[in-house]
Design a protein around this ligand. Structure first.
Ligand SMILES: Nc1ncnc2c1ncn2[C@@H]1O[C@H](COP(=O)(O)OP(=O)(O)OP(=O)(O)O)[C@@H](O)[C@H]1O
Ligand SMILES: [Mg+2]
Length: 243
């Protein structure tokens, strides 16, 4: 269980997160919906210490990660994978190396075991093994996103964080990513935390939904409790949709 309490973050005196409270139970897919520019990326990065909040606490199974010494935190990070909004693959490494780099950093495996894990992950995300020799710039956005998911799953993390996993993809690819998120949750029993403004993705994958509105969580509940009116605020901000 992740417990977020009163998280605040301002940039240049402008508050972005104004006291976020949220419980994320284990083995659930929690989708946090919010319009563009309202702090989704800031919030999800705060959950994994990529951004330091100004105030508040974040506990994973009772452990206060914001006050965890660096050495312990480095070890704890083995439990966590992050799929970035822009996929964040290393441009100068082919797909094989993008995947095995993480494996070598986090697990002590032989070369053979490493190759097997890479093949398994790339097959799992529905890509052909030919892709392993390609560089990120040779892939489509949808393929890059799948490689990023393969890189996340290869650690077999307890928690997977996704920042806008379907943004910039056509409907077909977006649906494939939704399926993958669902399959992956079952495959490794991960807790998935997704920030997005994609309502369809929320409807397809979420167990719980939180609405991020003006720097606070305005609602948390099951996806069946989300009425159309509750989502009206997503349309109020210009540019909330990338369609
Ligand atoms: N490092 C930073 N320095 C200054 N301001 C920042 C920084 N990071 C984020 N912000 C500001 O915080 C606000 C929220 O940004 P954030 O990227 O979290 O939005 P978002 O909800 O993820 O938007 P999108 O849906 O477009 O990805 C924006 O006003 C942004 O300019
Ligand atoms: Mg963002």
């Amino acid at each position: 269980m992740i417990q977020v309490r009163n998280i605040k973050k301002s940039f240049d005196g402008q508050p972005v997160l104004k006291g976020i409270n949220l419980d994320i139970p284990d083995n659930t897919t929690m989708v946090i919906l919010g319009p563009s520019g309202q702090g989704k990326t800031v919030f999800i990065k705060t959950l994994v210490r990529l951004i330091d909040p100004d105030a508040g606490s974040i506990h994973y199974d009772g452990e206060d990660i914001l006050r965890m010494p660096t050495k312990e935190w480095l070890h704890f990070q083995n439990n966590i994978a992050f799929v970035f909004q822009n996929s964040a693959l290393f441009d100068f490494l082919d797909v094989q190396d993008n995947l095995s780099l993480f494996l070598q950093m986090h697990k002590s495996l032989t070369l053979r075991q490493c190759e097997q894990e890479v093949s398994r992950a790339i097959n799992f995300v529905g890509l052909d093994e030919d892709v392993l020799e390609k560089f990120p710039e040779e892939l489509s956005g949808g393929m890059r996103k799948r490689v990023a998911i393969a890189r996340a799953m290869i650690k077999r993390p307890k928690y997977i964080f996704y920042d806008e996993p379907t943004t910039g993809l056509d409907q077909n690819n977006a649906e494939k990513i939704s399926e993958l998120i669902d399959m992956l949750k079952k495959e490794i029993s991960a807790t998935s935390i997704i920030v997005t403004h994609d309502i369809k993705l929320m409807r397809d994958v979420s167990d719980r939904v939180a609405l991020l509105r003006e720097g606070t969580i305005s609602f948390v509940g099951g996806r069946d409790e989300i009425s159309a009116e509750k989502l009206d605020f997503l349309y109020e901000t210009r540019g909330a949709y990338d369609i």
